[in-house]
Write a protein that binds this ligand. Sequence first.
Ligand SMILES: NC(=O)c1ccc[n+]([C@@H]2O[C@H](COP(=O)([O-])OP(=O)(O)OC[C@H]3O[C@@H](n4cnc5c(N)ncnc54)[C@H](O)[C@@H]3O)[C@@H](O)[C@H]2O)c1
Length: 299
Amino acid sequence: MGRAGFLAHHQIHRDVAALLIQDVEASMVVWAELAKYSRSSLWRVNPQASQRFLSTIRLVPTLPVRSHDMTNQVAVVTGAAGGIGAATATLLRDRGWLVAGVDLTPSTADSSHIVDLRETHAPTRLFDDVEARLGRPTALVNAAGLYRANGLLETTSDYASDVMAVNVTAPILLSRDLIDRAVRAKSGASIVNVTSVVGRIGSHDPAYGASKGALISLTKGLASSYGRSGVRVNAVAPGVIETAMSRTIPADRLGHYLDTIPEGRLGRAGEVAAAVGFLLSAEASYINGAVIDVNGGLA
Ligand SMILES: NC(=O)c1ccc[n+]([C@@H]2O[C@H](COP(=O)([O-])OP(=O)(O)OC[C@H]3O[C@@H](n4cnc5c(N)ncnc54)[C@H](O)[C@@H]3O)[C@@H](O)[C@H]2O)c1
């Protein structure tokens, strides 16, 4: 086989590898091709080129987060004692994930971690603890959130920094620790941030609205920086969902939302969890940097 022949051969195998990257079970086919290839004359004539070819193929079976089988994969879900976090933890467990629930109070996840996410050292300790109890996480759902319906004139410096700490800084630091471990282990990883419709349209609570806008930017920035390392980072943007949080929305604003939402009702936590579960699944293997609205049509 000449150089042109080798390049064509190489390209075909890269294409096969790219297809099979979505289905680890089918990677057996790649290994069979590989065995044939290693017996070919090219292997003997040009071992360096063959080695480069092998390095592209070897990526295939090391991205379990893109597999269809989520059994015993570990996901960290923050806000797991709250409405959307608890619904997400339940849905993921039903799909075979081992779920580490993080919140200020216990959750019903496989392991429960009482953590105040305003503490900047919390993430590293948390990941060590999760790894010791369930195994190394390959998924993270940032669902913890702080909202107190404070208008601009009620916004204190403490409130603004608490909102930013829980809604933005904690997702940044947790993402850092998950991605660092995933890149070193070459395992792939997936992150879903729970932002909000107000991240796009603004909020009567400016600290909260700004924090959710920042989370959208974080999602897109990490997706673009780490996509080539097998890491997907996406977000869901709920509208108004029936949870403890939405019960603190001032009555006039809630009435306005109810008049405006085309579906004519508030959303349910399970409807947001379904979008999170989809984004973490193999079906979403080519979705990266996306923000999925779950808002009943609210503009
Ligand atoms: N409910 C809605 O209408 C709505 C709409 C858009 C976005 N969201 C977002 O969805 C996510 C989940 O909210 P929810 O509706 O389930 O509300 P929720 O109040 O039921 O849950 C939020 C959880 O975050 C936890 N949390 C808050 N501060 C924390 C801290 N310092 N450390 C650890 N945990 C902390 C709370 O204890 C709570 O369990 C939030 O990020 C919220 O901003 C909610």
